[in-house]
Design a protein around this ligand. Structure first.
Ligand code: FAD
Length: 497
């Protein structure tokens, strides 16, 4: 409520925020979480909370009047459609050279993501978080994160026989025929539930093409894991459809946050002020960076250091499709949850997940999201004239990612006698080089903050999300974001409370 005082305010309900809320509550601290997206706990008129990727409706996008699907075209035809402006679940946030996809709602990215829960290879960890002790991460915090998230791997026996993973078996065959290491990738989707979907005994979600705009069943999103545990303590409250716009030093070492209440068209219906002893920035890489860059430039938090806004990367994301021969169908039924990848990181700088194209029809396409070792890093800055935070990423900076992905797919195409698809991202366009699903950095650990996420210059202000990670995790990022948050909050609870 307006004028309230809380012990801890957490901005955002994604991975970092959920870990902070749970562990603080277990330590006896009252936590209030502020989330600008919706609660996603109430069915629409069709009886479903989330809409399907094949029929995007008002629930699909955050305050857009037209969908902006990551795959913009199919067989050369644009697939986007008009929708009513609504506080929908997926934000396609456009900066100059890149569209950054993010989840909006209680649970953050866990509501919309593929659930792929991958721990980086230990040999690569020093490049991911150079100031963090890998022994502690691999012995304690990665296992803790995996347990908290409910991570599991597909039953290899079921994988061999399931119709819905024909596309993955084709991906494996092509990888292995070109001698690339093929790996199963763990996920937070409930694999037993998926087997029941395939058997026809429960309502379908992954097997009905649900993913990008939420899963009505099966997915262990944060709503069902960390946040469920956190609210069960009785110490955590959540305000959905509330957006933090300012955090300023107040009296007695506390902070004053300004919070706007939103309606479902994005209009501001009330502005509230709350004071908090401690504030955790967990608005995601982009959300946290935008807040901190603006508050520093506006003189609200002038003591933040010069690292604020720096070190942002796209996790080297690049997409492509390959056209298979007619005798190599990938299946009309494709599970929307990926379960495997091709690991050419050490030889070529690319880790490619074998991704679904859950269109419901046979496409003869293999589709991949590659995570690559792209060296480019961008910076967020405040544009006073335009009144907004900008990001100086350039589309041409994806070229190293394309080159690294080609170390895998040029080889496979040569071996199989196949070609790239040119109809998925436009007309005669091979590479999906205009987007990322994995924004990382902007308030980097041990630079903008100390080695545990404490913001320099302001005792009681913390960053605890993907903004801490300097641009790349070598694999899908949320397990690393979760594990780092587990590490940092343990230290903060022990030393700062
Ligand atoms: P987020 O999860 O982004 O949470 C931040 C929250 O803060 C959001 O809910 C946001 O609405 C809220 N917020 C922002 N600003 C404000 C504000 N001013 N006031 C109040 N609230 C605010 N990663 C994987 O590891 N595996 C995958 O399979 C995978 N697939 C993905 C697929 C898609 C389509 C997308 C978009 C992402 C995917 N990711 C995946 C990435 C993963 O979801 C993110 O890395 C992760 O969610 C980031 O966690 P976070 O805690 O940093 O922030």
């Amino acid at each position: 409520a307006d004028g309230a005082h809380v012990a801890v305010l957490v901005i955002g309900t994604g991975y970092g925020g959920s870990v902070a809320a749970l562990r603080l509550a277990q330590a006896g601290v009252d936590v209030h979480m502020v989330e600008m997206g919706m609660a996603w706990d109430t069915p629409g008129t069709d009886g479903k909370i989330f809409c399907n990727t094949r029929e995007p409706d008002y629930r699909s996008y955050w305050l857009r009047t037209r969908t902006k699907a990551p795959l913009s075209n199919f067989l050369g035809f644009p697939i986007d459609r008009d929708i009513p402006r609504y506080t929908g679940i997926l934000d396609a946030e456009e900066f100059g050279g890149i569209t950054v996809y993010q989840g909006r709602g209680v649970g953050g990215g866990s509501l919309v993501n593929g659930g792929m829960a991958v721990v980086p290879r230990r040999a690569n960890f020093a490049a991911v978080l150079p100031s963090v002790n890998p022994d502690e991460m691999y012995a304690t915090y990665y296992p803790r994160a995996n347990a908290g998230l409910g991570v599991a791997t597909i039953d290899p026996g079921w994988f061999e026989s399931a119709d819905c993973y024909q596309y993955s078996r084709v991906g494996r065959k092509h990888a292995q025929r070109s001698s690339f290491p093929f790996v199963f990738v763990p996920d937070v989707y409930d694999w037993d539930y998926m087997e029941q979907e395939a058997a026809g005994t429960v309502p379908k979600s992954a097997l009905a093409g649900e993913i990008l705009y939420g899963n009505n069943h099966g997915k262990k999103s944060l709503q069902r894991t960390y946040l469920a545990q956190a609210t069960a303590t009785g110490r955590v409250t959540i305000s959905p459809l509330h957006r933090v716009t300012s955090v300023a030093p107040g009296s007695g070492g506390a902070y004053t946050a300004v919070i706007e209440q939103l309606d479902t068209t994005g209009g501001v219906t009330a502005t509230k002020t709350v004071t908090a002893d401690k504030v955790f920035f967990a608005a995601g890489s982009v959300g946290t960076s935008k807040l901190l860059v603006r508050l520093k430039a506006a003189g609200v938090l002038p003591g933040l250091n010069g690292e604020i806004g720096k070190g942002w990367g796209d996790n080297g994301n690049v997409m492509c499709g390959r056209a298979n021969h007619l005798w190599d169908p990938t299946g009309s039924l494709q599970s929307a949850i990926p379960c495997c990848g091709i690991d050419n990181w050490s030889a070529g700088g690319a880790f490619a997940e074998v991704a679904p194209l859950p269109t419901g029809i046979e496409t003869w396409a293999s589709f991949y999201l590659s995570i690559t070792n792209n060296p480019h890093r961008a910076q967020f800055t405040w544009n006073a004239e335009a009144g907004k935070v900008e990001l100086n990423w350039q589309t041409a900076w994806k070229q190293p990612s394309i080159d690294m992905a080609k170390t895998i797919f040029d080889t496979i195409n040569a071996k199989e006698g196949t070609i790239y698809r040119t109809d998925l991202f436009g007309v005669y366009k091979i590479w999906g080089d205009h987007l990322t699903y994995h924004p990382l950095g902007g308030a980097v650990l041990n630079r903008a903050t100390d080695n545990y996420g404490r913001l320099h210059g302001y005792p009681g202000l913390y960053v605890i999300d993907g903004a801490l990670i300097p641009g790349n995790t070598t694999v899908n990022p949320f397990v690393t974001i979760t594990a780092l948050a587990e590490r940092n909050i343990e230290r903060i609870i022990a030393a700062d409370l």
